[in-house]
Design a protein around this ligand. Structure first.
Ligand SMILES: *[C@@H]1O[C@H](CO)[C@@H](O)[C@H](O)[C@H]1NC(C)=O
Ligand SMILES: *[C@@H]1O[C@H](CO)[C@@H](O)[C@H](O)[C@H]1NC(C)=O
Ligand SMILES: *[C@@H]1O[C@H](CO)[C@@H](O)[C@H](O)[C@H]1NC(C)=O
Length: 220
């Protein structure tokens, strides 16, 4: 009788073994649990470190690219300010308003005059307004001598065109003479004339002064 009762008990461990297996994994011995917690903490710390590192690396990259960008901007700014800053006129150039003018002593056709001004890092004179014309004409001492300026008849557009590619505003200058092919403009002490570009005349080169007020704005 006793033996009958004992039999199911003997088989008990067999049937209860599946339920005791998860108990081992979940709880296990105390050192196992501790190791598990330690491992979890380690993983969390690792994840935090990796996140932190990647964030700082990203911000570093962004910062360096920002710096590169600002270096570029500075380079570009210095490039634009690299243009020779001319606050005073070079020796033998005359100051007229915010320009330095040089009246040639020799004569040349218009195209050679244009080329000569480029070699002097300047351009043939472009007259902004009547006041500039008046001031420039005051520099001309000899009544009889004409000077080429940077104004030429454009055959394609049938208009007077400044060498900076702007068309003449007819209110600025009244040109005496023909408006036709191969015509260029010279000024004399009293007038503005049209003349064959191949004619040999003196000429006027201009350099623009860097306005001082721009510098002040930049610095402040
Ligand atoms: C600087 O100028 C160069 C060309 O001159 C241009 O390619 C570059 O984008 C400019 N950089 C900035 C930051 O403006
Ligand atoms: C100016 O034009 C003349 C005649 O067409 C030519 O011989 C000369 O080379 C030209 N000068 C320049 C600087 O282009
Ligand atoms: C060219 O010069 C004329 C006459 O001074 C001026 O009105 C015009 O704005 C200038 N154009 C350019 C593109 O600088």
């Amino acid at each position: 009788m006793y033996a009958d009762l004992n039999l199911p008990r003997d088989s008990g461990p067999e049937s209860s073994s599946p339920s005791s297996l998860p108990r081992d994994v979940c709880q296990g011995p105390p050192w196992h649990q501790f190791a598990l917690k330690l491992g979890c903490a380690g993983i969390i710390i690792l994840a935090l470190v990796v996140t932190g590192l990647s964030v700082s690396v990203t911000s570093l990259i962004q910062k360096s690219s920002r710096e590169k960008c600002s270096v570029n901007i500075q380079q570009n700014m210095s490039k634009t300010t690299e243009r020779p800053i001319l606050l005073n006129c070079p020796i033998s150039w005359e100051k007229v308003g915010e320009k330095c003018l040089l009246l040639s002593h020799t004569v040349n056709p218009w195209n050679n005059s244009l080329a000569d001004c480029s070699t002097k890092e300047s351009s043939l004179l472009i007259i902004r307004d009547k006041e500039e014309l008046r001031l420039t004409q005051k520099l001309i001492h000899d009544k009889a001598v004409p000077f080429w300026i940077g104004l030429k008849f454009s055959l394609t557009e049938k208009k007077w065109k400044w060498i900076n590619d702007s068309f003449l505003n007819s209110d600025e200058l009244k040109i005496t003479g023909d408006t036709k092919e191969n015509s260029c403009v010279y000024i004399s002490q009293t007038s503005v004339f049209s003349e064959y570009c191949s004619t040999e005349n003196k000429w006027i080169c201009q350099k623009e002064l860097t306005p001082v007020r721009n510098k002040v704005y930049r610095d402040s």
